[in-house]
Design a protein around this ligand. Structure first.
Ligand code: NAP
Length: 252
């Protein structure tokens, strides 16, 4: 990796969904910028692979929390471990998420619950777990991964779109509650980013999406990671309650 500017030097960052795709890219970039990282996902094996990469270029050993973001007990434990090891938590990126697509009329209770509980409730649980400490510190940055479909909806993704619209409303509400304590809360709404999540889509669907992107190509995980870095860094210290779309102009 090329050398970095240390924009997150000595900051402690908890990153969810850090085992692959956008979350992995954020973990690598934040570590490159000097952050001490706490990586979470369900698969410990995948987290270990990312931690190895980080150690290879930074010499830093990330703290790993293998957990499901639906499990509030495990989340509290992870935040406690972070505080025991580093003494503070400066940044939380709520990136873990999944899709269970299908037509609304045929959507099962399980498909609804799984997506809402992971994407929306998981975000709430992690925000709640770090907020007390951030309020005490009188500093903190929380970045939530929404989606453009949370802004405009999408056929076949009623559960996912509702979860991401919920993430946006949650972001704005908590930004209003915690602003006076210097805890800043923002969301990123990616458009189509080339990851495992989108690789599963049919070519027909991908071609239709491509036509709706003014720049004419799909985004990369690094496009989202760079926006997360901006929101995590001191460069965005007067920004809270915002949703930044990273979508090549798809939604404007
Ligand atoms: P991805 O490649 O499928 O990665 C998802 C990450 O979330 C993995 O690290 C996964 O690890 C973790 N995860 C999933 N369910 C979890 C759970 N219940 N508990 C803990 N961790 C869980 O997805 P991605 O494309 O990078 O997407 C990352 C975020 O960006 C998501 O919130 C997604 O909704 C959002 N987004 C993506 C796009 C896109 O085009 N790719 C567009 C808009 C928004 P484990 O499986 O090991 O748990």
């Amino acid at each position: 990796m090329p050398s970095a500017d240390g924009r997150l030097k000595d900051k402690v960052a908890i990153l969810t969904g850090a085992s692959r795709g956008i979350g992995r890219e954020i973990a690598l970039l934040f570590a490159k910028e000097g952050a001490q990282t706490v990586l979470t996902a369900r698969s410990l094996e995948s987290l270990e692979a990312v931690a190895k990469e980080i150690a290879s270029f930074s010499g830093l050993a990330p703290l790993l929390c293998a957990l499901d973001v639906k499990d509030s007990h495990k989340i509290d434990e992870c935040v406690d471990k972070t505080l025991d090891k580093y003494g503070c938590v400066d940044i939380l990126v709520n990136n873990a998420g999944l899709t269970r697509d299908g037509l609304f009329v045929r959507m099962s209770d399980d498909e609804w619950d799984e997506v809402l509980d992971t994407n929306l409730k998981g975000t709430f649980l992690f925000m709640r777990a770090v907020s007390k400490e951030m309020m005490k510190q009188r500093r903190g940055k929380i970045i939530n991964m929404a989606s453009v479909v949370g802004l405009v909806g999408n056929a076949g993704q009623a559960n996912y779109a509702a979860s991401k619209a919920g993430v946006i409303a949650l972001t704005k509400s908590v930004a209003k509650e915690l602003g006076s304590r210097n805890v800043l809360v923002n969301a990123i709404a990616p458009g189509f980013i080339d990851t495992e999540m989108t690789q599963a889509l049919r070519d027909e669907t991908k071609n239709a999406i491509l036509k709706a992107i003014p720049v004419g190509y799909f985004g990369k995980p690094s496009d989202v990671a760079k926006t997360a870095l901006y929101l995590a860094s001191d460069e965005s210290n007067f920004i809270t309650g915002q949703v930044i779309t990273v979508d090549g102009g798809m939604v404007m």
